[in-house]
Design a protein around this ligand. Structure first.
Ligand SMILES: NC(=O)C1=CN([C@@H]2O[C@H](COP(=O)(O)OP(=O)(O)OC[C@H]3O[C@@H](n4cnc5c(N)ncnc54)[C@H](O)[C@@H]3O)[C@@H](O)[C@H]2O)C=CC1
Ligand SMILES: O=c1[nH]c(=O)c2[nH+]cn([C@@H]3O[C@H](COP(=O)(O)O)[C@@H](O)[C@H]3O)c2[nH]1
Ligand SMILES: [K+]
Length: 499
């Protein structure tokens, strides 16, 4: 007879945290969000830790080398997507490892068809006076010119003057080529008395900007996740098929940690993959995804350094609909965290957990941490930012970015071009979608982190470990959910627009 769980499968939305006593030293500034990334023995330190509990999803629409650098600068980690050829994935890892602080993705971008008014509006919005003019208005589009505060006079120029009459065109720009070092970029800045040096690739696409004032950008990024050589820590996704070719190439490119990317990690293929990596390489590896104690045990006993939790909770997921497998993300995490704690008691080895998928609100991150996750993995959240690899598109009056699942046909098409890969899909497990464009990672992450820290202070906890110890969590009823939102009032338009 089948086994029946007595508890239903629950999601983060069904839980709330209760405040504890907040002491006076418990302020957001004092909260430390560092967290283990790899397993460690009681009393020892993990070999790898994160400075903030965030990782970006192993997805084409989320984690390339640009995202890896941007997130590592904030203190988190990206796992560069594996649904591409071994060579191109290794190149992305190599590029991310090769970046040095000081190169920034442009945050203010317009097209030549915009006007002076758009420039001024954007300046008001972002505070940046340097605007990159690209063909499609994106941070990585073909660079056509640069506008700085010295290119226009508000008193003389009409507000509808087109950008292409204001900008310094590409033909007159001093620029650096992708791959140059920070000190070479700084030499160009000094030699030509520039405030800003654009870095472009061989196709004239904008890669980065280097600013005179950012010499020591490490000062601006105190939480940067760096290795002993001051390169960013970088992760990469692998699969259970071509790992004997892929892993050596990724290790050679300098990857710090791998994760097996699968909807269902409770398999002999994952055990063999973990064992192969552990026997042959000096690199860390996470495995998953699992949703119960049995899956957790199996992968930990196979040698995994962290375990990823979650089946079917992702925003673009349709696995539960297509295959009928999965579990509410909160229920999955609660059970696996219990298994992790039991394992720790038994062996003295602490195995970090990553809660993957289904994070919609910032407080869901705090809940996941309180329920025992050491860090979270997000796709939709990061796909919305300038730094994600996908196209920014205007629909109606709003900008959106493309976001598609790794189980969608769109993501899996790459395999057709791979020798030995399978062609096409029998059925899709993910959708192709848009998400609202949300600006730069840094600004959004700062806001998310301040919410998490503020909630942690309500709980009276200055660290994630303390949060996990102290948290008191309650299930909410359907009617109390209504009570939790604005209710019984007529909202003004400005409040309806707010998140
Ligand atoms: N977290 C989630 O809820 C979900 C995630 N996804 C994402 O979609 C992508 C694809 O996921 P999956 O289809 O689970 O990928 P997968 O590579 O784990 O599995 C694909 C198929 O190949 C089989 N397989 C795996 N290794 C094999 C081997 N060595 N020999 C023979 N057969 C083997 C598997 O059993 C499965 O039928 C991943 O990026 C995953 O993260 C997809 C669905 C749900
Ligand atoms: O059922 C699925 N079909 C897919 O095509 C797919 N692609 C990604 N993923 C998983 O979703 C996670 C990201 O979730 P969020 O967008 O909710 O952050 C990711 O981290 C994955 O675990 C998929 N699940
Ligand atoms: K399985």
């Amino acid at each position: 007879m089948a086994f029946y769980y007595t508890e239903p499968s629950r999601t983060f939305n069904e839980f709330l945290l209760l405040p504890n006593l907040t002491t006076k030293e418990c302020t957001p500034n004092n909260v430390d969000l560092s967290t283990p990334l790899t397993k460690f023995k009681k009393g020892e330190k993990p070999a790898l830790s994160l400075n903030i509990p965030f990782s970006s999803a192993v997805m084409q629409a989320v984690s390339d080398h640009h995202m890896a650098v941007a997130l590592a600068r904030c203190g988190g980690i990206s796992f560069i997507f594996g649904s591409q050829s071994i060579e191109s994935q290794a190149t992305m890892v190599r590029k991310a490892k090769g970046y040095k602080a000081g190169f920034v993705v442009s945050r203010s971008n317009l097209t030549p068809g915009h006007t002076l008014k758009d420039i001024l509006d954007l300046k008001e919005q972002t505070g940046h006076s340097t605007v990159a003019i690209t063909e499609d208005g994106s941070a990585k589009g073909k660079l056509l010119g640069i506008v700085t505060g010295r290119d226009y006079r508000i008193s003389r120029d009409s507000l509808d003057k087109p950008v292409n009459e204001i900008m310094t065109p590409f033909s007159s720009l001093i620029y650096g080529k992708s791959g140059i070092t920070l000190s070479e970029a700084n030499d160009l800045i000094w030699e030509h008395k520039l405030n800003c040096l654009p870095i472009v690739d061989e196709k004239q696409n904008l890669d980065f900007l280097v600013f005179r004032k950012d010499y020591d950008s490490r000062k601006n990024n105190p939480l940067s996740l760096l290795d002993a050589n001051k390169s960013y820590i970088v992760g990469a996704g692998i699969n259970t098929k071509d790992y004997k070719e892929r892993v050596p190439a990724l290790v050679e490119a300098g990857v710090d940690i791998l994760v097996i990317d699968s909807s269902d990690g409770f398999s002999e293929w994952q055990r063999e993959t973990v064992q192969y990596v552990k026997e042959n390489f000096d690199v860390y590896i996470g495995a998953g995804n699992v949703v119960d104690k049995e899956g957790f045990r199996y992968l930990v006993e196979s040698g995994a350094d962290f375990i990823k939790v979650g089946i079917g909770g992702g925003s673009i997921c349709i696995t539960r609909e297509q295959k009928g497998i999965g579990r509410g993300q909160a229920s999955a995490l609660i059970e696996v965290a219990e298994a992790r704690d039991e394992y720790f008691k038994e062996t003295g080895i602490y195995v970090p957990l990553c809660s993957d998928g289904g994070i919609v609100h910032d407080y869901h991150v705090t809940l996941a941490l309180a329920m025992g996750a050491d860090f979270v993995m997000l796709g939709r959240y990061f796909a919305r930012f300038d730094e994600s690899p996908t196209k920014k598109v205007k629909i109606g009056n709003n900008f959106v970015k493309e976001y598609w699942g790794e189980g969608s046909n769109r993501a899996r098409n790459w395999q057709r071009y791979d020798t030995g890969g399978k062609s096409g899909l029998v059925f899709e497990e993910g959708v192709d979608s848009y998400v609202p464009y949300a600006g730069s990672l840094r600004e959004n992450m700062d806001r998310t982190l301040s919410k998490i820290k503020s909630t942690m202070c309500n709980i009276g906890s200055l660290s994630i470990a303390e949060l996990q110890q102290k948290a008191r969590i309650t299930v909410v009823s359907a009617t109390s959910l209504v009570e939790g939102g604005a209710h019984d009032v007529i909202l003004k338009e400005s409040s309806m627009a707010a998140e």
